[in-house]
Design a binder for this molecule. Structure first.
Ligand SMILES: Nc1nc2c(ncn2[C@@H]2O[C@H](COP(=O)(O)OP(=O)(O)O)[C@@H](O)[C@H]2O)c(=O)[nH]1
Ligand SMILES: [Mg+2]
Ligand SMILES: [Zn+2]
Length: 291
């Protein structure tokens, strides 16, 4: 279990910090106020208790940081994909995998609704890429136990389009949650441009971040990956990159490309390669001054 103080959420200038078994309501020290350094959910912090209100006095170095939604120190991103309703959007999944890699976050894939349609193709695609893949539907107790083991002691976030079965999966993992399923969550009383806050739930030794809007994170702006870094964000490309004829091979149209050779030998899944090319094409056209 974590021994550090971790910010679970921030509301109206207060930070709720888990310290051992306690939750401490804190303010932030004045020095943070004008800096982009202000504390976010997931931050590991020091607390000072010099007056009536405890204050966050120091933010420990972050493993990573997301700006929209704002949180830090994510260990594991669990990408939830359903076989049907909706069918997998490979480009979105691969984009999230790339962002995770770039931000030093591990990825696990959970394929839901295997009781309704064949899950094999999507499972094979990501197993081949090297990700841990789990499958849920009927008789999935063993798979859920293994997933929970992977989550143990880490800060995790779930991502996936509406309807893929995130709430259903969370209820299966943590029955006490009793989340509502089968409904599209309404943005009650929220302005269109209000950023919802992240809240971290502490459950059975796992920290699970509720990260609104985390299913449609973009590669530009907050999560920019340059066209030359993109190849490293596709984890299964790595062993081939050095084998290309040209040092600066983009793996799109060059001769002597080891990545394309691996693709031809089916060592790399076609959908993964297509996502890489589509994202490369996009990143190529983003100029520095646009960022
Ligand atoms: N048959 C089947 N239906 C599922 C499964 N997982 C989720 N569902 C259904 O899919 C719908 C959307 O699930 P929900 O958990 O609300 O998705 P969310 O929007 O990602 O939170 C609900 O009607 C669920 O009952 C599954 O593994 N098998
Ligand atoms: Mg839901
Ligand atoms: Zn190449």
């Amino acid at each position: 279990m974590r021994e550090n103080n971790i910010i679970l959420k921030s509301v109206g200038g207060f930070y709720y910090v888990k310290s051992g078994e306690e939750i401490i309501e804190c303010k932030a020290k004045g020095k943070f106020r004008n800096l982009s350094l202000s504390p976010v959910a997931g931050d590991i912090v020091d607390i000072e208790n010099d007056g009536s209100t405890p204050v966050v006095s120091k933010i420990h170095e972050r493993k990573n940081k997301f700006i929209r939604p704002p949180f830090a120190n994510l260990d594991l991103m669990i990408l939830v994909v359903s076989t049907v309703e909706p069918v997998p959007n490979y480009l979105v999944i691969d984009k999230m995998c790339a962002i995770a890699r770039h931000k030093n976050v591990d990825v696990a894939i959970v394929v839901t609704k295997s009781d309704v349609a064949e899950a094999q193709q999507v499972m094979e695609t990501y197993t081949k890429a090297g990700y841990p893949v789990f499958c849920t539907g009927e008789n999935d107790e063993e798979q859920l136990a293994q997933l929970k083991q992977l989550m143990d002691g880490r800060l995790c976030a779930f991502s996936g389009n509406s309807g893929v079965g995130k709430s259903t999966l969370l209820n299966k993992l943590f029955p006490d949650l009793q989340l509502e399923t089968g409904r599209i969550s309404k943005k009650l009383g929220r302005g269109k441009h209000t950023t919802r806050q992240v809240e971290i739930f502490d459950m059975d030794n796992c920290m699970v971040a509720d990260t609104p809007g985390f299913s449609s994170v973009e590669l530009d702006y907050d999560n920019f990956i340059s066209k030359t870094d993109l190849q490293y964000a596709f984890i299964e490309f790595e062993e081939y990159i050095g084998g290309c004829r040209f040092n600066d091979c983009s793996h799109t149209n060059e001769i002597g490309c080891a990545v394309k050779a691996a693709l031809a030998e089916e060592k790399i899944a076609h959908s993964r390669y297509e996502s890489y090319c589509a994202l490369y094409e996009r990143q190529k056209n983003i100029k520095d001054w646009e960022l």
